[in-house]
Write a protein that binds this ligand. Structure first.
Ligand code: 0RA
Length: 636
């Protein structure tokens, strides 16, 4: 836009550039990682800023475009970042926002903004980690622009031409110097985050355009019902127990609460919680207040209607929440994020705020919808009886229960090491693959557990029934952690549990069944980072006497470019590989690629699990086929 003007820098600018230099030197400190997740963090950061503008009531539409040249453009119709000169910094506010750490640009008080959590590091961090960034602002009757290279302005803010309305457009190109692994954005990952943002901010329109392929792809999200639509979406493949989605919202002087919930015939609880639009995976005070109030309201209602008799014990929170899907969203002025991944809300005042607010609203809803409320209570009582019956059965048989049993499954070929941090468990699909895996493994550190056919779908069975399944039992005892309330991650016998399944639709299905089991009943293993997906190659090619293994279609296409004549063979299944091949390509720690399963995006996981494991067969098939080739969707 304008030529660089070195004379415009003063001492203040130098400190500013040193700040961004710190970001470039230790990017992980600011965006978590320099892998795909950190890369996507840049997009979240810019979108969060636009959403803040929407939360403050000034923005109704956000357009995100994945540009053909690898950049991203985020455009909003908010007030526009101020461009006027700041007396203190002697530069344009725009330049300050883009070059100063933590100068999120929120000069005014009173708005809910994301701060201190995973996000909220400021757009300056995006600038620091972009090879190029361009800001275009429309405000005060003009279009203004400023460009940056590696975080440094190439000139001052330029007044480009008269323009009407207001808004901010930030386009950036992530620096390959920082993002050495990949700078490629993942459409589905961005889709699910933008959709979530639209659910959380009712009425806000968010559009996504992908211009990278031959045909541009477009998606648009706008939900008039907000969280009600979110719960509908999560329950799309489940059987609702009552027609109306329960919904409350409330505003106090310094916080806001929104909550939507619906019980379904499922046996699992799905609760998603958010604070200032950040997914609080680790829960926190808003969830605690919700649970306490819900347990009280349902028990009070059940007693007042004589559905629970005087002699009956209270229903437990767990029984009450069986099959419940709920989304809780709070807006807090100064959110405190705690926990291992900084996704646990710590503000103590929010616990009592949520509890007190719901203590007023829940009983009222139950009274006014007594028919639906009775059906809900019936379901809770059934859950409670089932749990009690399972407990009695365990006591009666006096057999050592599965959870206490110490004998390892017969099919397990264990490793000789007893140090969990060195030990790996490969859960291998089918007997034909188990052979080469047993033969090829490093017997000191690698254990093999073959499982046959499809394991039980735990999404559709209560825990007691799931535990009768041989494959489920074998996995639980081999893992060593027990499950549910007795789960103890410190008892894990292996710090790597690797799922090794065929690279086809069946393999993807089995992998998902395994993940469902781990997600529902041994989530701590995933949270600890102990769960992995192996990546066996899809192709083998011979060039003269040397053999090459190629992991996917992309690798094959690349190889073909250099060796147009060779003929690849496609592995139909793991069983086609001999022990050496399996070791070289998939098991040898020095050469293999393992993909760690992450659960940061629990909403996405819920969506995947409910679609894959729910009742809608057509949707499930379509989804598996679409994703079978790409297990990486689990990674980010
Ligand atoms: C600082 C102050 C104001 C708005 C913004 C920053 C702002 C930042 C971003 C980032 C992306 N989109 C944005 N839109 C606005 C308030 C300006 C005023 O008071 O008019």
């Amino acid at each position: 836009m304008t030529a660089p003007n070195p004379s415009s820098y003063d001492a203040g600018d130098i400190t500013v550039l040193e700040g961004l230099e710190a970001v470039r030197r230790r990017p992980g400190m600011y965006i978590g990682s320099t892998g795909p997740r950190g890369l996507h963090h840049l997009v979240w950061e810019v979108v969060d800023n636009a959403v803040d503008e929407a939360m403050a009531g000034f923005c109704t539409r956000i357009d995100v475009t994945l540009l053909a040249d690898g950049g991203v453009r985020v455009r909003d119709n908010g007030r526009g970042i101020p461009v006027d000169h700041h007396k203190k910094t002697k530069t344009s506010a725009l330049t300050t926002v883009l070059t100063t750490l933590h100068a999120g640009g929120k000069f005014e008080q009173g708005a809910y903004t994301v701060s201190g959590g995973l996000h909220g590091v400021g757009v300056s961090v995006v600038n620091a980690l972009s090879a190029r960034l361009e800001a275009e602002i429309v405000r005060d009757g003009f279009l203004w622009g400023q460009s940056f290279v590696d975080g440094r302005p190439t000139g001052k803010v330029a007044k480009i031409r008269p323009a009407r309305r207001t808004g901010t457009t930030i386009s950036f190109w992530p620096s390959p110097k920082t993002f050495t692994e990949t700078t490629e954005f993942h459409f589905d990952t961005i889709v699910s985050r933008l959709r979530e943002m639209a659910f959380l901010n009712k009425g806000l329109e968010i559009r996504l355009t992908d211009e990278r392929g031959e045909e541009p792809q477009e998606k648009s999200f706008m939900y008039k019902g907000g969280l009600i639509d979110f719960v509908k979406h999560l329950n799309a493949t489940r059987e609702p127990l009552h027609a109306h989605i329960i919904y409350f919202d409330h505003e106090s002087d310094d916080s806001e609460l929104e909550i939507a919930m619906q019980w379904t015939g499922s046996y699992n609880e799905t609760v998603l919680s958010f604070a200032n639009n950040i997914n609080t995976h680790e829960g926190g005070t808003h969830e605690e207040g919700f649970r306490k109030s819900l347990t009280k309201a349902i028990n009070d209602f059940a007693r007042s209607k004589n559905l629970l008799k005087d002699k009956d014990e209270n229903l437990s929170g767990e029984d009450i929440r069986e099959g419940l899907t709920s989304v809780i969203s709070v807006k807090v002025r100064q959110p405190q994020f705690e926990g291992q991944t900084k996704t646990k809300l710590g503000n103590t005042e929010i616990r009592s705020y949520v509890e007190k607010t719901l203590n007023q609203m829940l009983p009222e809803w139950l009274e006014r919808n007594a028919g639906e409320a009775r059906r809900i209570v019936d379901k809770c009582i059934t859950a409670s009886k089932a749990r009690e019956a399972a407990r009695k059965a365990r006591e009666l048989t006096r057999r050592k229960s599965l959870l206490e049993s110490t004998s390892l499954p017969g099919k397990l070929v264990d490793c000789s090491s007893r140090d969990p941090s060195l030990s790996e468990l490969f859960i291998v699909e089918g007997d034909s693959a188990a052979g080469p895996a047993k033969e090829g493994r490093d017997s000191v550190t690698q254990a093999i557990l073959p499982i046959r056919g499809k394991i039980l779908n735990v999404e559709k069975a209560r825990l007691a029934k799931a535990l009768q399944n041989n494959e489920v039992q074998a996995i639980i005892t081999a893992a060593g952690t027990s499950i549910g309330e007795e789960f103890d991650v410190t008892k894990a016998r292996y710090h790597k549990i690797v799922m090794l399944t065929d690279a086809d639709v069946d393999g993807a299905h089995i992998r998902t069944l395994l993940l469902t089991l781990l997600f529902r009943h041994m989530r701590g293993l995933i949270e600890a980072g102990y769960v992995y997906v192996a990546q066996p190659p899809l192709y083998r090619v011979k060039v003269g006497s040397s053999v090459h293994y190629l992991k996917d279609e992309t690798a094959l296409a690349e190889f073909h470019r250099d060796h147009p004549k060779v003929n690849p063979t496609r592995f139909k299944g793991l069983g086609e590989m001999n022990a050496n091949e399996l070791w070289d390509t998939t098991m040898n720690p020095a050469t293999r690629t393992l993909i760690r399963v992450e659960l940061e995006d629990a909403a996405r996981a819920e969506e995947i699990f409910s679609i894959l494991m729910g009742d809608d067969v057509a949707e499930r098939k379509a989804f598996i086929q679409q994703n079978a080739k790409d297990v990486r969707f689990l990674d980010i």
